[in-house]
Design a protein around this ligand. Sequence first.
Ligand code: NAP
Length: 275
Amino acid sequence: MNSKHFAVIGHPIGHTLSPVIHKMLFELSGTNADYIALDIAPDELPARFEDTLSKLDGFNVTIPHKSAIIPLLDKTCGRAERCGSVNTVKIGEENVGHTTDADGFLKAIEYAGVKLGGNVLILGAGGAARTIAYEVAANGCHLTLAVREADRDCANELAADIICDFDSADVNVCGLDEIEGEFALMVNATPVGMSPNVGISPVGIDVVKKCSAVFDAIYNPRETELLRLAKTVGVKVIGGIDMLVWQAAQAQTIWLGVEFDPSDIEKISEKMSEA
Ligand code: NAP
């Protein structure tokens, strides 16, 4: 079989884990393929799409190109269309944009034994928060978006978009210091606690204690201060690396039609956690 060629694009892209994860997945499925990281500055994107990206078999997209790539494609589908965000492109007769972030999140919590339901708290209102908030609303949960003061408008806009798409959605917005109630799941979708600013948590132990499970989208470090706090009070924890590996696996399903066994994904997550 001819070798297939894939890449991840972003700016900056130096610390991406995607090449390592994708190479492990190719090995698992016996796919003859390579995968490289390409640093592409925003103003270079159209020219690089023409001369390089459109000649690959597919590529992943990260910050700051998730929306900017859309006008260069023939179409977007499913959640990518709804969220206006693409993380996976399949090159073919038509160049099609998808997003696998939501599937990554859903699989990560499912295989950790957490069912989406009841009260869900999301910290932040950026890209990851938007993707996850839509899944939470689609599953009929009561959603609280907690943000810092400067992000109130952004959070209110996200709440309005969700209510527009899901008539019966139950969403409220509060400040990070105004969180009240008990939650089946808390999701950290802020960068608070991410390397190099480790050792800080977006919320205190008082909030953590009121949650049955905590998912932190951050994967560097593997155990954030938030997850460390949650463990000390016996709350179930799920790290961002599981979402990252699952969304990569879903990208390969789109490109190559291959499916992965949950136990294989778990092994890759464990290997990445040791790295
Ligand atoms: P983003 O679009 O920049 O959104 C981050 C959100 O957090 C924004 O609402 C931002 O507000 C807010 N925020 C930033 N600094 C804050 C602070 N000090 N206190 C409180 N809120 C703050 O970023 P993103 O793409 O959603 O990513 C968020 C995190 O998720 C990152 O750590 C990223 O690595 C991780 N992530 C993980 C995966 C995975 O597969 N595991 C996938 C996607 C993202 P402003 O807009 O005002 O800055």
